[in-house]
Design a protein around this ligand. Structure first.
Ligand code: ARG
Length: 279
């Protein structure tokens, strides 16, 4: 990976160049509710959603990352949440298989796109899983959420398909229905998470694996601060999570605040919009 920059105040924190797959919110709307954040009766401003999404793309490119696109499918309002489209590690992809019929057409669409991404191998999933929504890559390890969307069987299938260690974590709060709503990788060996979203035994696992983790408050979680994207130094995060922005800065990261308040109406934020293509 190419080292982009380090700064004296962020000793030991290093940014590396990333390749992201994203989907324009051309068909974004909230017309069904498959998570507690979605209210089909509340108005959504698609133009505003698009402007906020474009700003996010601009931020990534400004940080030196590459953004590639997948064509949005008409009638798939949640397709902007590209993180759910698969899991890519070491040039190998494991495809998504969505939980709800409302999003099932996205699976094949992302699969087709991954097949043209120049990867070495694309493995089609047989088990229900929502890609990086529930799979978080931390260095050589993959943390995997279950409880609401991704099945435990998919954890095992992904481990075999991608030849990686997968650690299962049980989610208990329906508002944090995907792992990426309550935990994010900060670098190769550190994470940030909201303890209240995990079952006690999973919390113990996290405490043991990451004793230096940054812990988020309930307010940070409610503001979707955990749905952030780090390149090892810069952490792109919703500005609404002010407490977490400060805590990340104290821990030596460089928060880059953005505003994704329209996409929050569907229960998604920065990370949800971003599928990393790891070589
Ligand atoms: N409305 C979408 C759903 O409930 C939001 C997905 C957010 N994506 C994510 N990676 N957490 O499926």
């Amino acid at each position: 990976m190419t080292v982009l920059e380090t700064r004296p105040a962020q000793v030991g924190r290093t940014a590396t160049r990333r390749r992201y797959l994203m989907c324009r919110p051309d068909h974004f709307e909230v017309r069904y509710a498959i998570n507690p954040w979605m209210d089909p009766t509340a108005p959504v401003d698609r133009e505003r959603a698009l402007a906020q999404w474009q700003r996010l793309v601009h931020v990534y490119v400004g940080l030196g990352h590459t953004v590639e696109l997948v064509d949005p499918l008409p009638g798939q309002p949640d397709m902007v949440f590209a993180a759910n489209g698969g899991l890519v590690i070491g040039g190998r992809a494991y495809s998504a298989r969505f939980t709800f019929p409302e999003r099932s057409a996205e699976g094949p669409a992302y699969l087709d796109r991954l097949r043209t991404a120049g990867l070495e191998q694309v493995v089609e999933a047989t088990c229900t899983n929502e890609g990086e929504g529930d799979f978080t890559v931390v260095g050589r390890r993959v943390l995997a959420g279950t409880g609401f969307r991704t099945s435990r069987a998919a954890h095992a299938e992904a481990a075999t398909a991608l030849d990686v260690e997968v650690v299962s974590l049980e989610l208990v709060d329906p508002r944090y229905y995907h792992l990426d709503t309550c935990l994010a990788a900060l670098d190769e060996d550190n994470v940030v998470y909201y303890p209240g979203a995990f079952r006690a035994d999973s919390l113990e696992v996290l405490e043991q694996l990451y004793p230096h983790a940054v812990l988020a408050s309930r307010e940070d979680a409610e503001a979707f601060g955990l749905n952030c994207v780090s390149d090892g130094l810069h952490v792109v995060i919703d500005q609404a999570a002010g407490g977490l922005v400060r805590r990340l800065a104290d821990a030596g990261y460089l928060p880059v605040p953005v505003d994704l308040s329209e996409l929050v109406k569907a229960g998604g934020n920065v990370k949800c919009c971003t599928l990393e293509l790891r070589s």
